[in-house]
Design a protein around this ligand. Structure first.
Ligand code: ATP
Ligand code: MG
Length: 311
């Protein structure tokens, strides 16, 4: 599938009483263009739009659009969709998944959350566990975190590499470059074989993350979400931003580009994510399987039998 990746392409999202309009490059690390996370992407960006309720009504409409596309995806049984979410803690991955996928038939969709690898997983190459979780044809697979952690947490905390049981000669300065290449090759292979890979980096600001951590401490019903370890990782903010910027520059490809979703306003993030998923699926021009004449005749015969039953 080829997405239209013109950086200046206008994204127009209809909302009650008007439309939200911005350029593709406002929410995408356009392949082959070098981006600066800090200069090119504002976590608070909303395309000059501030009607949260209107935006959420459009998200609801997109949820219906997505349900329709998913039904066809499943029926056609040719393509699959892999949606990857990566972000700093409290950027809203979980709630984005919950809201955007709320209309999708649970039988056609599978969410996998990738945590620190188990000892079984460490006994395999790093793409092994991702392979096990890939969506079958007709299915939507969602990765809540992914093999990209290999270029994020593992790069920021390089002591993790030592635990990966890798051949010592492979642990050198080029390991990250090789991983970019391995991942690009992997995604190209998936794309060539019918899996559309969409990648969303939820770009939250340090200030907004602090606000959300404080809410997790102050509001009893959010206490369970708070993990002291998340605050420790916040201490490595700069290192993570650099790791994200590098991976956006190295792994945003024409087959599977990275969306950089402004995440300080959850309503805008949901609008942008739902719009991107619907647009990508609609570009596949999915169709219900065609019924040939013989099959149509058979259906008519069975229909006549059913009609005749009660007589
Ligand atoms: P929640 O919103 O529930 O906290 P989460 O995605 O943060 O969701 P956690 O169980 O808190 O889930 O965190 C998963 C942890 O696993 C993260 O800190 C992440 O960096 C780590 N992790 C994921 N993949 C790897 C990997 N390949 N190597 C090392 N650590 C990893
Ligand atoms: Mg966590």
């Amino acid at each position: 599938m080829k997405l239209n990746l013109d950086p200046d392409r206008k994204i127009k999202i209809p909302v009650d009483g008007g439309k939200v309009e911005f350029k593709l490059k406002d929410i995408m690390a356009v392949p082959k263009e070098k981006i600066s996370l800090k200069k090119d992407f504002d976590p608070d960006f909303t395309g000059g739009f501030d009607d949260k309720a209107g935006a959420l009504r459009q998200v609801a409409a997109n949820v219906d659009r997505l349900a329709e596309q998913q039904d066809k995806l499943y029926a056609q049984d040719t393509y699959s969709l892999l949606i990857i979410f990566q972000a700093m803690d409290a950027a809203g991955k979980d709630s984005a998944i919950r809201h955007v996928m709320s209309g999708v038939n649970p039988q056609g969709c599978h969410v996998t959350s990738f945590k620190a690898p188990s000892s079984l997983e460490l006994d395999h190459d790093y793409l092994w566990r991702a392979n096990l979780a890939l969506p079958a044809r007709g299915m939507i697979g969602i990765f809540n975190r992914s093999y990209y952690e290999e270029l994020l947490v593992v790069r920021v905390h390089q002591d993790l590499l030592a635990k990966q049981k890798l051949p010592p000669e492979t642990i050198d300065d080029d390991i990250w470059k090789r991983r970019y290449k391995e991942i690009n090759n992997f995604e190209k292979y998936l794309s060539d074989n019918g899996t559309v890979v969409l990648k969303f980096f939820l770009n939250v600001s340090k200030k907004e993350q602090k606000k959300r951590f404080l809410a997790r401490i102050d509001e009893p019903e959010k206490n369970w979400k708070f993990e002291p370890g998340d605050v420790r990782e916040r201490g490595f903010w700069k290192e993570y931003q650099q790791a994200y910027e590098d991976l956006l520059n190295e792994t945003s490809t024409p087959e599977s580009p990275w969306f950089v979703i402004p995440a300080d306003n959850k309503w805008f993030a949901r609008l942008a994510i739902s719009e991107a998923i619907c647009t990508a699926l609609e570009r596949l021009d999915l169709k219900y399987p065609e019924v040939d004449d013989a099959r149509r005749a058979e259906l008519q015969k069975i229909r006549a039998q059913l009609e005749a039953e009660d007589k």
